[in-house]
Design a binder for this molecule. Structure first.
Ligand SMILES: [Fe+2]
Length: 426
């Protein structure tokens, strides 16, 4: 008797299917793009997290460098006797303590040929990339200064915090000569995936994409909301593309973002319209000219949020400055935290505010108030902005338009760029 072809659900039971779903997905990627790169995060095998593998790849072999860990706390005095560990809301700082502080004590410091291993807390800044207060504390309750006691005394500083400290620490590392990494928003998914990859390979792939995008004239991004398409144009005018690749070798003060993996620009100008998700319920359209957002237009949700944004744009026009355009380069699962999710291939982020840490000219002194001088990434990714579609992102270079992303998926061009330097990975 012939098998009955019924609903799609029973097809799998009626026929022998030689692949696991993830394997099939990876196989289809190869067929479609003729690529050896696995484009489905679920089909990747991540090695178990190893603190020494991560730190050796990122910072190179140790040579007696003095290393420490910084965490942010609502009250830095709560690091005394590790009181903050009792607060379940401080899970990020808990990871800083468990993974890095205890990891150092459990042999990683010695294995790295580093010294120190202390942990300190500074006051939570309340915003992404805002400058930090100088005051900090150690677990004995000693009150200290970041400039005098930490930046001047340590060669390697790992910062595990709620709010990103990349911009202020990038400025400080040039002044004091240390190297470091910022790991804001650390969670278990990030530890198991984005921090468990081979950063030599991530660096090679990022360089492949950087070479593909460098010296572009402009980027055009189409967004679709409520059936309408809006386009944001970002002018890069032949600028060299930059990369965040996680490697911070000896010899040059620098701060790596971890997880890393992106190619980015500091646009020279921008114009057009792009959607912004204020909260789960509220979407506005941001209107841009001459590189700055000058107004937000209500689409749906809470009108008060749009009004408040418009008021802030009037009070301090610098908060509307477009400071970055970034493209993720890694195949990783979504973690719910922007530090990893903006590094995922197929996503795009546009940032507003200070961009001095990226080589831009928007420094905190240009803002009316200290609290406005943040760098806020606006990430477009399917899990974060499902209301916003991304039909196409294009690069215009040498008079030719090339599609980079369609519906949050990289095009063959983008994958080929990443593979330029990449070896086969399983
Ligand atoms: Fe970025």
């Amino acid at each position: 008797m012939l098998p009955t072809l019924g609903t799609t659900e029973n097809l799998a039971t009626n026929f022998y299917f030689p692949f696991e779903r993830n394997t099939l997905s990876a196989y289809l990627d190869i067929l479609i793009f003729n690529t050896t790169m696995i484009l489905d995060a679920a089909a990747r095998n991540f090695q178990p997290f190893s603190i020494t593998r991560l730190l050796t790849t990122c910072f190179g072999s140790g040579n007696g460098e003095k290393a420490c860990i910084l965490i942010d706390l609502p009250d830095p005095r709560d690091i005394k006797n590790f009181k903050f560990l009792e607060d379940e809301t401080l899970s990020i700082q808990n990871y800083g303590h468990e993974v890095f502080y205890k990891g150092f004590k459990d042999g990683a410091l010695e294995a790295m040929n580093w010294t120190g291993g202390e942990i300190f807390a500074y006051r939570e800044t309340g915003g992404s990339n805002l400058d930090m207060e100088d005051f900090c504390c150690d677990p004995h309750g000693k009150e200290m200064s970041l400039d005098r006691d930490i930046y001047s005394n340590y060669d390697i500083i790992l910062t595990v915090s709620t709010f990103s400290a990349t911009a202020p620490l990038t400025a400080k590392c040039k002044e004091f000569g240390f190297r470091g990494a910022t790991l804001h928003g650390l969670n278990q998914i990030i530890l198991d995936t984005g921090l468990s990859v081979d950063y030599d390979l991530v660096s090679e792939e990022a360089e492949g994409l950087r070479l593909g995008l460098t010296q572009a004239d402009r980027f055009e991004i189409d967004f679709q909301v409520e059936g309408e398409v809006y386009t944001l144009i970002l002018h890069t005018n032949g600028q060299e593309a930059q990369k965040s690749h996680g490697l911070c070798p000896p010899g040059k003060p620098d701060v790596a973002n971890l997880p890393a993996g992106e190619v980015y620009f500091v646009p020279e100008s921008a114009e057009g319209v792009f959607p912004f998700k204020y909260s789960e319920e509220t979407i506005g359209l941001l209107h841009v000219k001459e590189g700055r957002i000058y107004k937000s237009q209500f689409v749906y949700g809470d009108y008060a949020e749009i009004e408040a944004h418009n008021q802030r744009l009037v009070d301090d026009p610098m908060i509307g400055a477009i400071g970055e355009l970034g493209f993720g380069t890694q195949v990783l699962p979504f973690s719910g935290r922007d530090i990893q999710d903006e590094k995922i291939l197929g996503t795009i982020h546009v940032a507003t505010g200070r961009d001095d840490h990226l080589g831009g000219k928007i420094t905190p002194d240009l803002f009316k108030e200290h609290k406005n001088a943040s760098h806020d990434d606006v990430l477009y990714a399917p899990h974060k902005t499902p209301e916003i579609r991304l039909p196409e992102a294009r690069m215009v270079k040498d008079g030719k338009s090339t599609v980079l992303i369609r519906n949050y998926k990289p095009t063959e061009f983008m994958v080929a760029c990443l593979e330029t330097h990449a070896s086969v990975e399983a």
